[in-house]
Design a protein around this ligand. Structure first.
Ligand SMILES: [Fe+2]
Length: 230
């Protein structure tokens, strides 16, 4: 099947991996060890996995992957210092996924647009995952975080020059203030190329952020998450 199958999260320490395994088991999830081959493939020293309510395999890994992800840049910027970027899972099982991510895996709610779109974080990055309500399950988009607006602009030029379908135009999101555009990839979901997403601190208060964009982000097709307020 030409679609995403696995979701992976890096856990800081083996003790934290064991603690989260216990929380998952207590919540009724079956957690298994990954095979040595899978661990090697992901650059992980320890790897565990379980299945989420939608059917995605979710992996929790400890290892060198995190250290290897940094790329030296001539302008000194450090994209992805707190992770790859983010992704959005759309599904009819929104409440079960919120239960898993917020109450079992201890992600924090950053903000939302009630009743169907919730942004969650596991580090200072505004969100690493968003959960959306939809009639069928899909990975709506995956975001790659760049270090500067020029990197995003150069990606935009390459997308245009190579005829990649721009599915959502350049724009700035209201909630995390990221500047980005989206292309539809051959597997049917969107890739978001962005920069400038904010980080939030312990004093952050979750809230409904009202409208989706400061400017731009015009959809080539209907926005499945549009609300009457937008
Ligand atoms: Fe996004």
């Amino acid at each position: 099947h030409d679609r995403p199958r696995h979701v992976g999260w890096i856990v800081d320490t083996p003790a934290e991996l064991d603690r989260l395994t216990g929380r998952l088991t207590d919540a009724g999830h079956t957690v298994e060890d990954g095979t040595p081959q899978e661990a090697r493939l992901r650059g992980a020293t320890r790897l565990r996995r379980f299945t989420d309510p939608v059917g995605y395999r979710v992996e929790l890994a400890v290892g060198e992957t995190k250290a290897r992800s940094a790329v030296a840049r001539p302008d000194g910027t450090q994209p992805g210092a707190t992770g790859l970027g983010h992704f959005v899972l759309a599904s009819p099982r929104l409440e079960e996924l919120r239960e898993l991510y917020e109450n079992v895996l201890e992600f924090r709610l950053t903000d939302y647009r009630a009743p169907g779109l919730y942004f969650l974080r596991c580090n200072p990055t505004h969100h690493s995952i968003a959960l959306a309500h939809a009639d069928t399950a899909s990975l709506h988009h995956l975001e790659f975080e760049h270090g500067s607006i020029d990197d995003v602009g150069r990606s935009y030029d390459r997308a245009k020059a190579n005829g990649a379908p721009i599915s959502i135009s350049l724009g700035r999101h209201m909630n995390d203030k990221a500047l980005s555009f989206y292309v539809r990839n051959p597997s049917g979901f969107h890739l978001e190329i962005g920069c400038g997403g904010i980080e939030v601190g312990e004093d952050w208060v979750p809230h409904d952020f009202g409208v989706s964009d400061v400017w731009g982000h015009h959809h080539a097709e209907a926005n499945p998450f549009a609300s009457p307020a937008s």
